[in-house]
Write a protein that binds this ligand. Structure first.
Ligand code: HEC
Ligand code: HEC
Length: 408
C-alpha cells in the first residue's frame, strides 16, 4: 500500500510541476490574455450547414459570380496569403495571376487592402469591412441596403457586395456603364443575372437546390450568398494557436514572445483595441497610417467610417483589424501602405517615422495633420516603443498563427 501511495504522490508532483514552475511573468500574461477575451477557438465556432458550405466553396471559386466573368472571390482571398492577396490594394476584374504577377496585369484596382477572412461570421463577429459598412452590432443589420437588407445575417449581406462592386468583380466597359447608377436596383439586376447563370449550371445548381431545399427555378442570389457564408464560416473558423496552447495547455512561449505579450496587454496598450476572441473590439479608431493609392474618397483620401456615419469624429477611423495569421497578410493597413509588421506597429505610436511629409503636397500634409489630431484621442498616442520592443511585439503576433493542420 505504502509504495502505491508513494507512486501516486510522485505522479501528483509531476502533474503539478508545470504549474509550480510558472513564473510571475507567465502568470501575468495568462491572466491578461483571458481578461482581454482570449477563448478556446471552438467557443467562437458558429453553426453552419455542411451541405451549404460544400456548394459555397464552388461558388467562392467560380467566375460566374463576376458580371464580366473574369474574377472569383478566390482571386483575392488566397490560402498562400493568409486568405488575403499579398498586395497593397485589391486587384479585381480583368486581372490575371496572383501576388505581384497580378499587379502587372490589366486588373481593376480597388481603393483598399484585401481583408483576411479568419473568424468572419463566428459568434459575435458582426461588423464587416474596414469601415463597418455592414454592421449588426446593434442587433439589426445596417448596410447600404437600408430597410431592404436581403437577410438578417450580416455575413450573408456582406456576401452580396463583392459582385456589385466596380473593379472588384465588375470590369469597366460600355456594357457595364448602366450599373454606375450604383443604386439598389442596379445591384438587384446584377444579382438576378448571377442567379440566372447559376441556375443554368447544373454542377452548382443541383447541390445548391438540394442544400437549400428549393427547386432550381426558385434559387436566387440569397441562396448563393447563404452558401458562401456557410463556406466562410466553416473554412475560415478560428483554430488553435501557440498562444492558446500557452494559456489553456500551459505550454511555454519563448522569452521574446513572452516579453511581446506583456507589452501587448500592458504598456503597449494594444489590447485597448485589439481585444476579444478575434483580437478586435470591432469598433473604429484612427491610426495615422500614410495613405496609399487613390483612396476610397478619391484624391488619395480615405475618410473610413465617416463615409457611413457622416460624423466628423469618425473621420479617418477604421475597424480594428483582427490579428490571427497577421504574419501572413502583408502588406498592412486599410491602404496596404506598410510592407511589414514592424512598420505597421510603429505607425501606431510614432506615425511621422513612417510618413515622409517632405515629399507630400501641402494639401496632403494638411491631411496628415488632421489624422494625427484625430489619433491624439486614442490610447496609442501616449505610448513609446523601442525597436527592440517592436520586435518583441512582432514575435508575439507570430504566436497568433493557426497551428498547421494535418492533411491541409
Ligand atoms: C478584387 C479583389 C477581391 C475580390 C474578387 C473579392 N474580395 Fe473580398 N475583399 C477584398 C477587399 C479589398 C476587402 C476589403 C474592402 C473594404 O473593407 O472596403 C474585402 C473584404 C471582404 C470581406 C470582409 C472581411 C471583414 O473583415 O470584414 C469578406 C467577408 C469578403 N471580402 C468576402 C468576399 C467574397 C465572398 C467574395 C466573392 C463573392 C470576395 N470577397 C471577392 C477584395 C476582394
Ligand atoms: C486605438 C486602437 C488601437 C490600438 C491601441 C492599437 N491598434 Fe493596431 N490597429 C488599429 C486600427 C484601427 C488599425 C487599422 C487602421 C488603418 O488601417 O487605418 C490597426 C492596425 C494594426 C495592424 C495592421 C493589421 C492589418 O491587417 O493591416 C497591426 C499589426 C496592429 N494594428 C497591431 C497593433 C499592436 C501590436 C498594437 C500595440 C502596440 C496596436 N495595434 C494598438 C487599432 C489599434
Amino acid at each position: 500500500m505504502k509504495s502505491i501511495t508513494r507512486v501516486f504522490f510522485a505522479i501528483a508532483l509531476i502533474c503539478a510541476a508545470p504549474a509550480m514552475a510558472e513564473t510571475m511573468r507567465e502568470a501575468v500574461l495568462r491572466k491578461a490574455a483571458l481578461e482581454n477575451g482570449l477563448r478556446p477557438a471552438e467557443e467562437s465556432w458558429p453553426d453552419f450547414e455542411p451541405e451549404k458550405a460544400a456548394v459555397g466553396k464552388l461558388l467562392f471559386e467560380s467566375e460566374l459570380l463576376s458580371l464580366t466573368r473574369n474574377v472569383s472571390c478566390r482571386n483575392c482571398h488566397l490560402d498562400e496569403f493568409g486568405s488575403a492577396d499579398g498586395l497593397p490594394l485589391g486587384h479585381g476584374a480583368g486581372g490575371v495571376g496572383k501576388g505581384v504577377e497580378r499587379m502587372k496585369s490589366q486588373a481593376g484596382v480597388l481603393s483598399r487592402n484585401a481583408l483576411a477572412l479568419w473568424g468572419r461570421g463566428g459568434i459575435g463577429f458582426d461588423v464587416f469591412f474596414w469601415d463597418g459598412r455592414v454592421d449588426a452590432s446593434s442587433g439589426a443589420v445596417r448596410s447600404q441596403f437600408g430597410t431592404m437588407a436581403p437577410s438578417d445575417d450580416p455575413l450573408v449581406v456582406t456576401a452580396h457586395l463583392p459582385p456589385v462592386e466596380f473593379r472588384e468583380m465588375i470590369g469597366e466597359s460600355n456594357d457595364t456603364e448602366w450599373l454606375r447608377q450604383g443604386d439598389v436596383n442596379a445591384a438587384a439586376r446584377v444579382h438576378q443575372e448571377i442567379a440566372r447563370r447559376i441556375r443554368g449550371t447544373p454542377e452548382i445548381a443541383e447541390p445548391l437546390s438540394e442544400a437549400s431545399g428549393l427547386d432550381f427555378e426558385q434559387l436566387t442570389y440569397l441562396q448563393i450568398a447563404e452558401a458562401i457564408a456557410a463556406f466562410i464560416r466553416s473554412e475560415f473558423r478560428l483554430r488553435e494557436t501557440k498562444l492558446h496552447r500557452f494559456v489553456f495547455e500551459r505550454q511555454a512561449l519563448t522569452d521574446q514572445e513572452l516579453a511581446g505579450g506583456l507589452l501587448f496587454y500592458g504598456r503597449g496598450q494594444c489590447a485597448a483595441c485589439h481585444s476579444g476572441p478575434y483580437f478586435s473590439d470591432l469598433r473604429f479608431h484612427a491610426i495615422p497610417f500614410a495613405q496609399f493609392g487613390f483612396g476610397f474618397n478619391g484624391f488619395g483620401i480615405d475618410y473610413g467610417r465617416y463615409n457611413f456615419t457622416q460624423d466628423p469624429r469618425d473621420r479617418y477611423a477604421f475597424r480594428t483589424p483582427p490579428l490571427y495569421n497577421v504574419t501572413k497578410t502583408a502588406p498592412y493597413s486599410h491602404s496596404g501602405v506598410e510592407p511589414d509588421l514592424a512598420g505597421a506597429i510603429r505607425a501606431h505610436v510614432d506615425p511621422l517615422a513612417e510618413i515622409d511629409t517632405s515629399r507630400l503636397s501641402a494639401l496632403d500634409r494638411a491631411e496628415v495633420y488632421q489624422k494625427i489630431a484625430r489619433w491624439s484621442l486614442e490610447p496609442s498616442y501616449a505610448v513609446e516603443l523601442s525597436d527592440a520592443e517592436i520586435a518583441e511585439l512582432v514575435a508575439f503576433l507570430a504566436a497568433l498563427e493557426f497551428d498547421p493542420e494535418p492533411g491541409r
